[in-house]
Write a protein that binds this ligand. Structure first.
Ligand SMILES: [Zn+2]
Length: 285
């Protein structure tokens, strides 16, 4: 995957309100590195995320602040993952006055409530809670651009991971309704059609769900009165039959998230003692 990454400069001005500074932590999961964003136009800027604490990041941030003749007032953390919060210590060393904000804050960090606004010259950010990737996850709408900082719920390349598919899907729907402009992701390049990309994510998840339902329904027809019960790995082996076997175990995690969501919705049932899944006959009759 690393070979196909679109190269991004360490520092890039993306709009009159937004400058992206890479976290200096490229890798398999961080893609080109974590995106951190300096937002606003005046002498006091807002910062979104802090990278994982690499010296290259704080150096790059210092040089941007010097050339912009600006300081940071407030830093907003999208979620608790180390590659987003690891630079806080370096930031506070640079300026002890920066206020740090995060939903479900740790000691010394201020809370973010759903709908809370952060204002600075030329930019208004509205935070909204969109759990899925993590439970504390917050996205930020940049009102002047009708744009959205997606955190890790939506990425500039590839697909993301999430803790809970049900809440993740609800969050994607909410996110799509709040953006008509760009999406600024937690990793990867800017997405010009933010809403389109979020809808694409929703569509992709729906297709995966339909695949799982199709497998579960295989023997559930007029010729067979007994619904077949499936082990999650047997479902994986059908859906991912063209993929190398070493990818089946990670794929099973995704399939289990789908199964759990479908069970919550009453579309399928789980037999705990057998560890098998089947379509809910009652729901389909
Ligand atoms: Zn993350």
């Amino acid at each position: 995957m690393a070979a196909t990454l679109i190269p991004l400069p360490e520092i890039e001005r993306l709009s009159s309100q937004v400058i992206r500074i890479l976290g200096g932590n490229p890798g398999k999961f961080a893609l080109q590195g974590t995106n951190t964003y300096l937002v606003g136009q005046g002498p006091h800027r807002l910062l979104i995320d802090t990278g994982e604490g690499k010296p290259a990041w704080i150096q790059a941030l210092k040089s941007v602040l010097a050339s912009e003749k600006a300081t940071i007032d407030k830093a907003i953390l999208t979620h608790w993952h180390p590659d987003h919060v690891g630079g806080v210590r370096d930031l506070l060393e640079l300026s002890s006055k920066v206020k740090i904000y995060k939903n479900e804050p740790t000691e010394g960090v201020l809370n973010i409530s759903d709908g809370q606004k952060f204002e600075t010259t030329g930019a208004t950010l509205r935070a909204f809670h969109c759990p899925g990737h993590t439970t504390d996850h917050m996205a930020l709408v940049l009102e002047e651009e009708n744009a959205i900082f997606t955190g890790d719920n939506v990425l500039g390349q590839g697909t993301t991971v999430f803790e809970d598919l049900t809440t993740y899907m609800q969050s994607l729907h909410r996110m799509s309704s709040q953006v008509s402009g760009r999406a600024y992701p937690g990793h990867g390049p800017v997405i010009e059609d933010g809403k389109g990309k979020i809808l694409e994510y929703i569509q992709h998840r729906k297709e995966r769900e339909e695949q799982v339902l199709a497998v579960l329904g295989r023997e559930d027809n007029e010729h067979s009165r007994n619904t077949k019960c499936w082990k999650s790995m047997d479902i994986v082996k059908i859906i991912y039959k063209d993929y190398p076997e070493n990818l089946h175990a990670p794929a099973e995690k995704g399939v289990l998230q789908i199964l759990e969501k479908l069970a919550k919705e009453g579309k399928i049932v789980y037999n705990e003692s057998e560890d098998r899944w089947s379509t809910n006959r009652k729901a389909t009759l």
